[in-house]
Write a protein that binds this ligand. Structure first.
Ligand code: SAM
Ligand code: MD0
Ligand code: SF4
Length: 351
């Protein structure tokens, strides 16, 4: 029975991969509802009715890498790309802050122009947002060399986000072509050493099996990341995986709930980048406590998995997201609540 497993993993002591495997194997609708209800209970008792909110600023869609799942992979020639300068990123981050969003997620492909001249543009952008806006900052620039982490922290980033996608090494090598598994895993470790908070993430529906999912959830949590996520793979035109049959969101929802139950004090995103605004309610109901990938319309900004869905029609706008949260009986967290959460994680040793 799933009730017994939920109770067991909530008791003190190390959780073994077998239990996570059994939770991730749940399929009966009654079991799934029980899993989500347990996750909601854990989230509500830790965080109350408040949900954190992140704006997404994908400021360069140029990338030297060739991840097989990604629309912006280098070999996807002929697609539209853009790179935004420091002033525009400052302006976008400022409008997110004014609208009551807790954090600006400054995301890029591994863009050689941003990395040039000793990472000048990357560091300048973070520093300018810190100095001129003063919103909390997540930096998601891909994999960096170890010596960069103290410099990213010094420039003003609170977080380094870099997702392993899977802890199955063989699958990783088929997805993130010519990239080092260990280097990518170490991104999280090096970030925490430098006083940053770290985010790790997994993708669902890339060819992994249930055991891979269970192992990945445990690895991500045990590494000590303060934010952990799951996102369903969305096939992208012009990529080697364009004809892959997409999953529905069930595996992602299960992963959100299991992460919440196993790691009650972490931030777990509900990303609007998978199903657009239609995916908000189910993810919050599965135990997520931060809404990511809020994108303002009319700014010529793209998402990652859904580069257009719900952006220009305003459905991923701040106002619309806040309204939907209230309808569900939740509220968006204030910046004071968010920064005190960050402080509490930092004094916990970055773990
Ligand atoms: N370039 C940086 C990197 O790879 O770490 C940061 C941006 S990258 C586009 C952010 C994440 O988006 C990836 O790590 C992956 O988890 C997710 N992603 C990319 N393409 C996706 C897709 N087609 N479907 C779902 N998630 C995707
Ligand atoms: C999201 N599209 O939150 C963003 C992205 C990068 N730090 C996050 C995957 O869904
Ligand atoms: Fe580049 Fe990131 Fe896309 Fe990989 S996932 S191709 S690193 S933008």
């Amino acid at each position: 029975m799933i009730t017994d497993i939920i109770t067991r993993v909530q008791e003190d002591g190390p959780v073994d991969v077998e239990d996570v495997y059994r939770l991730m194997s749940a399929e009966d609708p009654k079991d799934l509802e029980e899993l989500y209800a347990a996750a909601r209970k854990v989230r509500d008792s830790r965080f109350g009715r408040k949900i954190f909110t992140y704006g997404f600023v994908y400021y360069s869609t140029y990338c030297k890498n060739n991840c097989t799942f990604c629309y912006y992979r280098n070999s996807n020639h002929g697609i539209e790309r853009y790179r935004k300068g420091v002033e525009e990123v400052v302006q976008l981050s400022g409008s997110l802050k004014d609208a009551g969003i807790n954090l600006a997620d400054l995301t890029t492909g591994e863009d050689p122009k941003l990395y040039a001249d000793d990472y000048r543009m990357l560091l300048d952008t973070i520093r300018a947002v810190r100095d001129e806006v003063g919103i909390s900052i997540m930096s998601s620039p891909g994999a960096l060399p170890r010596e960069m982490f103290p410099r990213i922290r010094e420039a003003g980033a609170d977080w380094h986000a870099c997702y392993q996608e899977t802890y199955n090494r063989d699958l990783f090598s088929r997805l993130r072509l010519d990239q080092s598994f260990d280097d990518r895993r170490n991104q999280k470790v090096w970030a925490m050493e430098a006083g940053l908070l770290a985010e790790d993430g997994m993708m669902m529906g890339l060819g992994e099996n249930v055991r891979d999912r269970a192992e990945t959830i445990l690895e991500m949590g045990n590494l000590g990341c303060s934010q952990i996520r799951a996102m369903t793979f969305v096939p992208q035109e012009g990529t080697p995986m364009q004809d892959h049959t997409p999953y529905d969101s069930t595996e992602e929802l299960k992963a959100i709930a299991v992460m919440r139950i196993l790691f009650p004090d972490r931030l777990i995103p509900c990303s609007l980048d998978v199903e657009g605004i239609a995916g908000l309610k189910t993810r919050i109901a599965a135990g997520a406590n931060v809404i990511t990938s809020i994108v303002p319309p009319n700014r010529n900004l793209a998402g990652v998995a859904q580069h257009e869905l719900d952006i220009e029609n305003g459905n991923r706008s701040v106002e619309h997201v806040f309204e939907m949260l209230e309808e569900m009986g939740y509220r968006h967290a204030t910046n004071t609540e968010y920064t005190s959460f960050l402080d509490s994680r930092r004094t916990a040793g970055g773990a």
